[in-house]
Design a protein around this ligand. Structure first.
Ligand code: THU
Length: 160
């Protein structure tokens, strides 16, 4: 028997003001996208902005449905939006912002498992890390340099 440890690295920013200017703008875009979320059932709105290698910014937000499982998370709406329109361009960064009309979301909201799995697919295919920044409505912003820090022991197509 043997044991092993996995270390994940994160950077924490206390507010938007600690981010470089371009990243501040990307976070504002995620907030803007969040405000257009369609979340009448959970009242939990999420917005995502992606920066592509040519400078294009792609947005997404969660889209719910009366048949609950038919809804989709903001991150995957944004990633698939990017992949469908710009399949050859690498994704450099994703910014995620979440809020609720039921309570103040004052801590960083990290992407759900399915969105992590989706991000891994694109990160591996493009052979370049995707930076992930996530936050709530207020409070700290957490940055991860690669989706692998959020999803260690990844299942990916090399196993198939
Ligand atoms: N949601 C996202 O958009 N992204 C996540 O990573 C977590 C959850 C959405 C899905 C659903 O519309 C609402 O938040 C509540 O789960």
């Amino acid at each position: 028997m043997e044991k092993f440890n996995i270390t994940a690295n994160f950077t924490v920013f206390n507010s938007n003001k600690e981010l470089p200017k371009q990243d501040q703008e990307l976070l504002l875009k995620a907030i803007e996208a969040r405000k257009n979320a369609y979340a009448p059932y959970s009242n939990f709105s999420v917005g995502a902005s992606l920066l592509l290698e040519n400078g294009t910014i792609i947005l997404g937000n969660n889209q719910e449905n009366a048949a609950y499982p038919s809804g989709m998370c903001a991150e995957r709406v944004a990633i698939w939006n990017a992949a469908s329109q710009h399949p050859k361009l690498k994704i450099l960064k994703i910014f995620i912002s979440a809020s609720s009309s039921k309570k103040l979301v004052d801590q960083p909201v990290s992407p759900c498992g399915a969105c992590r799995q989706t991000l891994v697919e694109y990160e591996i295919n493009q052979s370049k890390n995707i930076e992930i920044y996530f936050t709530g409505e207020t409070g700290k912003i957490i940055k991860s340099n690669t989706i692998k820090d959020l999803l260690p022991l990844t299942f990916d197509n090399s196993l198939l």
